[in-house]
Design a protein around this ligand. Sequence first.
Ligand code: GTP
Ligand code: MG
Length: 372
Amino acid sequence: YESLSVGELANKLGKEPSEIIKKLFMLGVMATINQELDKDAIELICADYGVEVEEEVRIDVTDLEIYFEESEEQDAELTERPPVVTIMGHVDHGKTTLLDSIRDTKVTQGEAGGITQHIGAYQIEVEGKKITFLDTPGHAAFTTMRARGAKVTDLTILVVAADDGVMPQTIEAINHAKAAEVPIIVAVNKMDKPTANPDRVMQELTEQGLVAEDWGGDTIFVPISALKGEGIDQLLEMVLLVAEVGELKARKDINARGTVIEAQLDRGRGSVATLLVQDGTLRVGDPIVVGNTYGRVRAMINDIGRRVKEAGPSTPVEITGLSDVPQAGDRFVVFEDEKTARQIGEARAGEALQEQRVEKTRVTLDNLFDQM
Ligand code: GTP
Ligand code: MG
């Protein structure tokens, strides 16, 4: 027990509180019945009665979140890390075109020879500064990951087609971003179209609480044409500006932790997972627990298909070496030794299996009733 009151302790020992108070007095402690006793005091009293204190195991070994948070407390130097950006917006407003346009103009330039690999995320460099883009659909990234409590995005680009204006999914996207407290930059897209009406977009977004800087608000609007690659540089500059204000930091010198972006089973390579390293550095050979599975990082491939040995904060990498396929939004934590990782991983896998069985039984019973 972390702490107990005198009354509670007396109750547990089957003694009168007055007797405990007397004992405490002999030990030089003045106490009342409601006084909280710390572990040491409890142990002293119990020893006096010849009772051994059994430590309650309070940590659930299978709760990965605990390890995730524990690692947050590690002492290490904080350094700047790249922003992690998602793109959201209504159907057909140009999200995919924008992602492709950013990648085409930025990735291939600096990294000649690299073949862009679809791993669900990529990193670019602008004026020596990196930006990570998640190319999972923004909504999915927010909903599945937020449902699991994993925050992965630092900033979202809201794409609104200038010829179409604010639509239902635009509003949905705004609500998601607001709920997650993620800053929004508006990209007014399709400016090349003769029917483009950016003023209307600004007007409609004002009604949603996103007021452009030109109109006295604090939301950044950037007119772009994703198709023609126009305005992309300005947009990326704004991303860096907002990121700078956010002072995004992480520690390079601790064991990595982060979130699964996507994962699947590959015929040749087995379980393949794209991880976003959010803190620390992930290395080949690291013992790792990922969601309900675990393993050792066998190989790592970056977003341009190159084998890498390590990946720092805000870097997406595809890894192999896991015993099973995790799910998007799952957390991962690297452990110092393989034994611990295996123990936790196996316990989690077992628990997940158990839950699945319970679920299945339930389903079968439901089916049974359906048929009756
Ligand atoms: P979903 O993934 O279906 O939600 O759509 P999306 O938002 O990814 O839109 P996508 O990038 O697929 O673009 C939809 C259509 O708009 C495509 O035909 C694009 O070529 C076109 N488009 C995208 N950006 C622009 C632009 O800047 N100008 C013009 N004229 N067309 C664009
Ligand atoms: Mg798309």
